[in-house]
Design a protein around this ligand. Structure first.
Ligand SMILES: [Zn+2]
Length: 883
């Protein structure tokens, strides 16, 4: 905790480490009252460092130092070494030496959940990004890679299971009912990948035979009560291992791969070498307790962390500015994996929805930063959508530009060339260039320029020449600290449709043969303005632009509503069909907002949705997605100076109009999608449940008694959480107040012993403008199941309220803002990482209409003036106030 300004760390000031560590020998003595950590390092001067007589500087945080020895000689405080609170500095060391440091830490009092801490009686660690320094003094930076040997000693009764990275090489009993296990990791790794777990856990075991015929021991460790909820994660793991062999040629390297589920966890999951630690909500699933969405999320997170074994662990980041090297690439990998396991179109829609709603907002806000940031104060603030999602889009564009075969050659070269090294995003792009022969010099600007490019498209049709031309201009808005940006290299996929919806040949020159011309092309934009001419067209086509969302840009083109309706039913690209529907709905809602709700909902929107509900030929998973109106968050993101109350009201008005007009079709849709046999998580059955639950939600929106009866029946008869939650959510968002209260009470009664279900129960209320007004939110914070030490509970109430219940959060009286400020200040004392993440909705104050922004700013100032502000919160609050 500090009140003075934290230091800014800059990429331009990067220096290679003065000392490197070859081996780390750790011994943990775990007790109820704390833990003693003995660490012995073999260290040598880095020959690449120019600082020949540099002191040895080791990072530390909240440590009680007990002893320091250099080559067996105890050192004296003050004369031999200095301890500054964040560093241990030894002025004089030889070129090669052995250093032993003994520290005392208190995991049971560690509420920041960084380093070694206790969760539900279990010891566990989280070391990325800078948590290892909370365990022992160490050069805690990713370019110091060492081999670890870890001995854990603990009470055998309370901690029968003792885990760390690598292979289990020794174990035995000690005096006083204690025991030990020793783990050895043969692969050099940075300290952020270190992990330790000790507790009373049961395991689910399986094996996987790799492509070279090695048998890998797979284990998922959970608390005994969760033993039956691991099958899905185990299946997902095996699918990921196979996929990574087939698609990237990557085989697993250790003899054992372990996953542990932990209740109190700041992140989703962590890819520690051979010992992944997961937030319970990202690993535990059963039909009874997890929704379809949770099943899909678990599969993708298990895959993500597993894929890190190569993209992150074997090849790691040189410094934290390169975070997207591992995250962007790995998100791209897990996203392709999920697409392969389910519906690629639906997966793309989900990714783009997140990107356009939340990452574009970040890119336009005060915390905007490039995929490779140039500076930071607190690295944990940079685990952002820009690093992860935009970073993945950048890798996806390389894949689009190179094509799958050259991309694979590039990734093979990258893994081969840099195995065991800590490298940069430049090294990644260089490998792609070297393998493909393509020049990606201009493309690299995607890593260095923040902000979402805007592509403005104008078209013209010359009927005499039969030429259709498209003029595409790009501009990148200014962001904090960056102006006058250069044009970027942008892949732009498109098609053209004729009057009957037929795909037209794209002849870029008059000499190109119509028969061989493709019907989809990827144009490459490199200048601020480009004009492309398409020849041999006897009529003005309807353009299908930026297919598959081929680049993370804002696309501006003056579509008519007729064109959008046409694309919704004819575009062969499923993504663009969905996008046309979104654009049509956005246009209808925006014009109603502009006229303050006066006027009718365009009947073409109603007809388009009616056609969708009747379309049995189209992929039902796509239909289910297309039925979702653009979210309030997305409408706010698209608006200048949004008036949240007006957007909320208008969206509800459109939804009610659609539901009233399509009432009979909705009931039919519900009935048609009932049943379906055994519960399974396939794209078809997920789509069936989604359609059914959407129909239910719409019927309850208009307080339809048939809908209410169907919801109550579904709630009592459902054999899975998706249907149960679908019915509960529909009731909670209806005006049936008595049924709502009863349903919420019954649901809690039934599932109160399951923390993951209770989190969903909190969320469904916190996100509802009926059940989640501020007094109700305050009551949830006092509920016995709420826990200030558990990040999931905090997110499911406070995070969901501020991020999803937008009308209530943006109450014009400012009460939502000051409530959030109060909770953020409270949390900053116990868990600064979570506090800094929760404050995000306030940081975008400048975006909103003046009545809102003034109050949001006041709430931020309230936080700024708090007596002791963590570095995490300091950075976010100050940057957003100063922007
Ligand atoms: Zn990751």
């Amino acid at each position: 905790m500090r009140t003075n300004q934290p230091t800014t760390i800059r990429l331009s000031e990067y220096k290679v480490p003065a000392y490197l560590v070859d081996t780390v020998d750790l011994r943990f003595e775990l007790f109820e009252s704390g833990a003693r950590v003995h660490s012995t390092l073999t260290v040598h001067r880095n020959p690449e460092s120019t600082e020949e007589f540099a002191p040895l500087e080791l990072d530390g945080d909240s440590l009680k130092l007990e002893r320091v020895e250099l080559d067996g000689q105890e050192l004296a405080a003050g004369s031999d070494y200095n301890e500054t609170g964040v560093q241990l500095v030894i002025a004089k060391v030889p070129a090669r030496f052995e250093l032993t440091v003994v520290t005392w830490i208190e995991p049971q009092n560690n509420t920041r959940l960084e380093g070694l801490y206790k969760s539900s009686g279990m010891f566990c660690t989280q070391c990325e990004a800078e948590g290892f320094r909370c365990i022992t003094y160490f050069p805690d930076r990713p370019d110091v890679m060492a081999r670890y040997r870890t001995r854990i000693e603990a009470d055998k009764a309370s901690c029968p299971v003792l885990l760390s990275n690598g292979n289990d090489v020794d174990r035995g009993d000690l005096e006083d009912g204690r025991h030990f296990v020793t783990w050895e990791d043969p692969f050099p790794k940075p300290s952020y990948l270190f992990a330790l777990v000790a507790g009373d856990l049961v395991e689910k075991q399986d094996t996987f035979t790799t492509c070279s015929g090695r048998d890998i021991d797979l284990r998922i460790f959970v608390e005994p009560r969760n033993a039956a909820k691991c099958q899905h994660a185990m299946d997902s793991l095996k699918r990921s291992m196979r996929w990574d062999e087939e698609v990237y040629g990557r085989e697993y390297d250790l003899d054992i791969f372990m996953i542990v589920a932990v209740d109190d966890f700041n992140m989703g999951a962590m890819e520690n070498k051979g010992l992944n630690i997961f937030n319970s909500s990202c690993v535990l699933a059963s039909q009874e307790t997890a929704t379809d969405l949770a099943f899909q999320r678990i599969e993708s997170i298990v895959a993500h962390e597993y894929f890190h074994n190569w993209s992150g662990n074997r090849v790691t980041c040189r410094d934290w500015f390169q975070l997207s090297l591992k995250e962007g690439f790995t998100v791209f990998r897990d996203s392709t994996f999920s697409a392969d396991m389910g519906s690629p179109t639906v997966k793309r829609i989900e990714d783009v929805t997140l990107l356009r709603t939340a990452q574009f907002a970040e890119d336009a806000g005060p915390m905007a930063h490039p995929v490779r940031p140039a500076s930071y104060m607190e690295i944990s603030n940079f685990y952002t959508l820009t690093i992860y999602e935009k970073g993945a889009e950048v890798v996806r564009m390389i894949h689009t530009l190179l094509g799958p075969d050259l991309f694979r050659k590039g990734s093979d070269l990258y893994f081969e060339r840099h195995d065991g090294e800590a490298v940069t995003t430049d090294d990644f792009v260089k490998a792609m260039e070297d393998a493909s022969g393509r020049d990606l010099a201009q493309f690299r600007l995607w890593y260095d320029q923040a902000g979402t490019p805007v592509l403005t498209v104008a078209d013209d049709y010359d009927s005499e020449r039969g030429v259709y031309s498209l003029k595409i201009q790009q501009a990148i808005p200014d962001t904090s600290g960056q102006t006058n940006k250069k044009p970027q290299h942008i892949p732009f996929a498109l098609g053209l449709l004729g009057a009957e919806g037929e795909a037209l040949p794209l002849r870029l020159g008059s000499t190109e043969d119509a028969a061989s011309a493709p019907t989809e092309r990827v144009l490459e934009l490199t200048d601020a303005s480009h004009t492309f001419e398409f020849h041999g067209l006897s009529q003005k086509p309807v353009p299908s632009l930026l297919r598959h969302f081929s680049a993370p840009v804002r696309l501006v083109y003056p579509w008519s509503r007729e064109q959008l309706v046409f694309l919704m039913s004819h575009d062969p690209d499923g993504f663009n069909r969905w996008d046309a529907g979104q654009r049509l709905a956005v246009d209808v809602i925006q014009s109603l907002v502009a006229s303050s709700g006066a006027g009718d909902v365009d009947p073409r929107l109603v007809d388009a949705y009616r056609a969708l509900l009747a379309d049995r030929a189209l992929d039902q998973a796509l239909v289910a997605k297309m039925l979702h109106l653009p979210s309030e968050a997305y409408l706010i993101e698209l608006a200048d100076s949004p008036d949240v109350a007006a957007i909320h009201r208008t969206r509800e008005q459109v939804l009610s109009h659609l539901a009233t007009s399509l009432r009979d079709e909705l009931v039919a849709c519900y009935n048609r999608n009932l049943g379906g046999g055994e519960y399974e998580v396939t794209p078809e059955s997920v789509a069936r449940r989604s359609l059914k639950n959407t129909a239910l939600a719409w019927l309850l929106m208009i307080n339809d008694d048939t809908g209410r009866d169907l919801a109550l029946q579904q709630l009592s008869e459902a054999d899975n959480m998706t249907d149960r939650m679908g019915a509960l959510r529909a009731l909670v968002n209806s005006d049936y107040a008595a049924e709502r209260s009863q349903a919420l009470a019954d649901f809690y009664e039934q599932f109160q012993s399951d923390p993951q279900v209770v989190e969903q129960w909190f969320s469904v209320q916190a996100s509802s403008d009926r059940a989640g007004q501020l007094p109700q939110i305050q009551a949830l914070l006092k509920h016995p199941a709420f826990d200030w030490k558990n990040p999931n509970k905090i997110r499911s109430v406070i995070g969901v309220f501020a991020g999803q219940n937008l009308a209530a959060f943006h109450n014009p009286d400012g009460s939502g803002y000051s409530f959030l400020a109060e909770q953020v200040c409270r949390l900053d004392d116990s868990n600064p990482q979570i506090a800094a993440r929760l404050v995000a909705p306030l940081t975008r104050w400048k975006k909103f209409a003046p009545a809102y922004s003034a109050l949001m700013r006041t709430a931020l100032e309230q936080i700024r003036d708090k007596a002791e502000l963590s570095a995490d919160l300091y950075e976010v609050v100050h940057k957003s106030l100063e922007a």
